[in-house]
Design a protein around this ligand. Structure first.
Ligand SMILES: [Zn+2]
Length: 330
């Protein structure tokens, strides 16, 4: 007990370490130094923007974010655990310079009304200013809820957490290129999972609400395309693109997969999928591709745990998506 350090210096050291870690985690150190040192115009910051930004996506960091979601346990819509998941997502986005918006609504489910919240994140190309709502040209989305089970503990490591963690890593990387980040809207959907079973009215609550709202606002017309991630962490990665995927977008993403020697992980599935891309395609009229690996034996079982996942799979999807984003939007 005599060796105990005075509490204040120790707290200071810990606080400093945390700040350093979060700067490293966001890559904002480079950006804010270049922006804020007063030695030159904003153009000076451009020199630090990675030309091959897709090489910056780090599967290990993505996996860390996945683990944080899974550690909260089952995260069904309306649960306190999902509220905690939301807080983590908001904190992570904010730390990287994104402006998160909580889009809250009441979903009419077979079990009655459930409060749900989509998280939407935007980036300003101009430091210190609010994001321009007209600058976004592409969506990248994931759902962050997990399916509710009463018989098993379902933590949705792949189904919910994998794409959510990867999206946070995507946010970290995009922040290195503010002009590119400003062209992208990140969306974390609540209520993807059906409360009972998928029907026209049960499931896809968040994406249906978001797509309707986007259409009513007229903002849907500014988007050229959307990419949805779902179940992208399986160590045995096989992306099964739905049969009815938008053609041009599919070819473009497969072209990026080719360019990164990752084409072998992608194939066209033998049928359409019912997922969050459907309301984006049908209601918001934004051509959206569902990047999903539906060859997953642990789907909706207690075995959907971290052991099934690999950082390499997250990295593959992150890099291919970033390659496509940067080649079409830059
Ligand atoms: Zn599911």
């Amino acid at each position: 007990m005599l060796s105990i350090s005075p509490s204040r210096p120790r707290t200071l050291v810990q606080a400093t370490l945390l700040v350093l870690l979060s700067l490293a985690a966001c890559g904002r150190g480079t950006k804010s130094n270049a922006d804020g040192d007063g030695t030159g115009p904003r153009g000076a910051a451009q020199a630090t923007i990675p030309a091959e930004i897709w090489t910056e996506f780090n599967g290990t960091l993505a996996m860390e974010a996945v683990k944080q979601q899974v550690a909260l346990g089952p995260r069904p819509a309306g649960s306190p655990a999902l509220a905690q998941a939301r807080e983590k997502i908001i904190a992570s986005l904010s730390a990287c310079g994104w402006t998160p918006e909580a889009q809250t609504f009441q979903a009419d489910t077979p079990y009655g009304p459930v409060p749900m919240t989509n998280l939407i994140a935007r980036f300003s190309a101009k430091k210190g200013q609010a994001p321009d709502l007209t600058s976004q040209k592409a969506l990248v989305a994931s759902h962050y809820d997990t399916k509710k089970f009463t018989t098993i503990s379902f933590v949705g490591a792949n189904d919910g957490a994998s794409s959510t963690g990867a999206l946070l890593e995507l946010a970290r990387v995009l922040a290195k290129d503010p002009a590119l980040a400003a062209k992208i809207e990140l969306v974390f959907f609540d209520g993807e999972e059906a409360v009972q079973q998928f029907t026209e009215r049960d499931g896809l609550y968040g994406s249906r609400y978001y797509a309707s709202h986007l259409r009513e606002s007229g903002r849907n017309t500014q988007f050229k395309f959307g990419i949805l991630w779902d179940m992208i962490g399986d160590k045995d990665l096989t992306v099964t693109l739905p049969l009815d995927s938008p053609k041009e977008l599919t070819q473009g993403v497969l072209g990026s997969a080719d360019a990164l020697q990752a084409r072998q992980f992608f194939r066209i599935f033998d049928r359409p999928m019912l997922d969050d891309h459907v309301p984006l395609n049908q209601i918001a009229k934004i051509p959206t591709l569902d990047v999903i690996d539906f060859e997953y034996n642990a789907w909706h079982t207690a075995d959907d745990t971290l052991e099934q996942l690999s950082p390499a799979s997250l990295q593959t999807i992150g890099a291919v998506t970033l390659h496509y984003l940067s080649s079409t939007l830059r």
